[in-house]
Design a protein around this ligand. Sequence first.
Ligand SMILES: Cc1cc2nc3c(=O)[nH]c(=O)nc-3n(C[C@H](O)[C@H](O)[C@H](O)COP(=O)(O)O)c2cc1C
Length: 133
Amino acid sequence: MNTLEQLVYCSRSRLAREDEAAAMADIVHVAAYLNARNGISGALTLQDGMFVQVLEGSPSALDILMLHLHFDERHEDIEVLCRDTIERRDFPAWGMAAPSRLQSEALGRLIAARSPDLCAWRAAMTELLVEAA
Ligand SMILES: Cc1cc2nc3c(=O)[nH]c(=O)nc-3n(C[C@H](O)[C@H](O)[C@H](O)COP(=O)(O)O)c2cc1C
């Protein structure tokens, strides 16, 4: 069976503010390529020094990516906040979407609360993408 899962994590950026834009561009560039190969899609944002990433793909592909992420020195304190089986992807068209220049109050509240509510994260990230379009 082709199980599909979605997970949301947040992590603390270790980037200097002035390096954030270039680093985000680099991450999205690499992720778009690797994620397409690994059947992963999702969305990534950086708000108030915190990365939030929604990832969707097979359970094993997500596990492997999370291992890589743990060794990436551009961020630290990775907290997986929710992970669940999904019927279909929310971000099918994206190797990795990054509405990074937008700030969202809803997202800020979810980050502060470390919310375990997958639906709320999905909605907040989708909203950001719609606003960025
Ligand atoms: C916040 C953040 C999000 C990332 N998202 C992805 C991603 O979605 N897919 C991916 O392949 N790499 C992503 N990366 C990069 C990986 O950590 C890693 O550099 C990449 O998978 C290449 O693996 P390697 O450095 O072990 O060769 C991300 C890095 C950071 C800091």
